[in-house]
Design a protein around this ligand. Sequence first.
Ligand code: GLV
Length: 312
Amino acid sequence: MAILFSSKGDDAERWRNALAAEIPDLNFRIWTPDGATIGDPAAIEFGLAWGPKKGAFKDLPNLKAIFSLGAGVDHLIDRDLPPGVPVVRLVDPGLTRGIREYVLYWTIHYHRRFAEYADSSAAGKWQQLPQADTRRRRVGIMGLGILGADAAAHLRALEFDVAGWSRSAKTLDGVESFHGADGLAAFLARTEILVCLLPLTPETAGIINADTLSQLPKGAFVINAARGPHVVDTDLIQALDSGHLKAATLDVFHTEPLPADHPFWPHPKINMTPHAASLTTPETAALAVADNIRRIRAGDAPAPIVDPDTGY
Ligand code: GLV
C-alpha cells in the first residue's frame, strides 16, 4: 500500500517521516514527471497534494482518496483528477489555531490602533488615543466553515460584536449570521473589520471588489487570509487611496510569490504576509491524514469530502 505525494512545497521528507510514524506499512512515493519513483501504480491507494502536476493522479487503478495538504482545495481544480475519487480537505487543529491567531492579531491591531501608537513612538510623541471597546467593534467574517467559525468564537470570547456571512444559513452562538446574496448588503453595512475566510469558488472569486468595499462603513479594515483571487486588487487599492478603507492585511495573492513590481508592495496602508497566516505542519497534519487512512481501511468514508457541486 502506498501514498503518492505531489506538491509544490519542499516538505516531502517531513511528510514521509510524519506519516511513517503513524502508519509504518504505508509506502511513501514522490511524484516525478517521468513516473520513475511511483513504482507499481496499482499499489498506490492514496494521493497527498498541494497544487499537484496536472494528471499526477491519473491511471492509478486503486486510488481511494486524494488528501489536500491545505484547508483550501482550489489548488486541486483543473488538475485532471480521476473522476469519482473523493477529495478530502485537511482539518488540522494546528492549522485552525494559526488562522485564529492571525485573525485575532490583526483584528486587535486595527481595533487598538497599534500602528498609530507605533508611529507616535517612532516620532518621539506621547499621545494617548481613546480607549477602544471590543463590545462596540463590529467584526464581520465571510466564510463560516471550520476556520471562520473558530475565529468567530474566539473573537466572541474577547467580546467583539461579531457577525458572519456564508453561502447557506449557519447558526453560531452569539454571532449574528447573514447568508446568501440577499444577506450580503446588511452584513457589509455593519462590518468595520472584514475578515475573509471563504473557500475560493467561481461564486466567491472577486467578492471583495469596488461594489462590496463601498458598502463597508468609511474607515473600515479588510483582512484576507483566504485566497488572493477573492480580492480585485485594483479595487482594493482604489478604496485605500480614496480613504474609504483605512488599511488592509493580505496574506494571499493572485500570483504567489507576489511579483516584485506589484503595487501592493510599497503601499503604506497594506500589511502583508507571504501566505503564512497558517502553514501546514506535517507533524500535526499527518495525524488527520492518517486518521482518514485508517477510516478508509476500516471501510468507513474519509471526512470531510469535497462536494463537487459547491467546490469545497
Ligand atoms: C492554505 O492556504 C490552506 O489552504 O491550508
